[in-house]
Write a protein that binds this ligand. Sequence first.
Ligand SMILES: [Mg+2]
Length: 177
Amino acid sequence: MRRGLLLDRDGVINVDRGYVGSREQFEFTPCLFPFLRAAQDRGFRLAILTNQSGVARGLYSEDDFEKLTAWMLCELQWQGIAIDLVLGCCEHPEGTVAAYARESYWRKPNSGMVLETVQRMRLNPAHSVLLGDQMRDMEAAAAGGIGRKLLLSPSTADNKGIVTVRNFDEALTRLVA
Ligand SMILES: [Mg+2]
């Protein structure tokens, strides 16, 4: 059983500008690449799990999301970073696009994407880590049995088994310790 580092996208992989649906809006977070390379070197398999309600809201299409994902993976690969899996949840109960206007078990804080990732990547959840920037990421991780929950946030208040980290350097020190 392998250990995974499950990553939120907006606010972790890229700067969260709200509903990022195109390459022009997508800016990798500063200091991300060395952090992900170091995590790989420590034996973590990488995955990205992202709520994409912008699709349900009609701001961009699922195809736009897939194209942006393909480009993002190429850029990361160019930096020596291999992402094993990307899951996106395009549904939202208040969506305006009928096909996506519903609640989804995949949508964080629900555990669907976490459990799917654990199963597809054959991870040991107790030895895996989820890094996100919202409490709903932490809730999804907890519901999915992920052993370590890291919240990327300027505040330092740890609670309910959540470790707050202010930056990627701190996240790296808390991956296993
Ligand atoms: Mg986020």
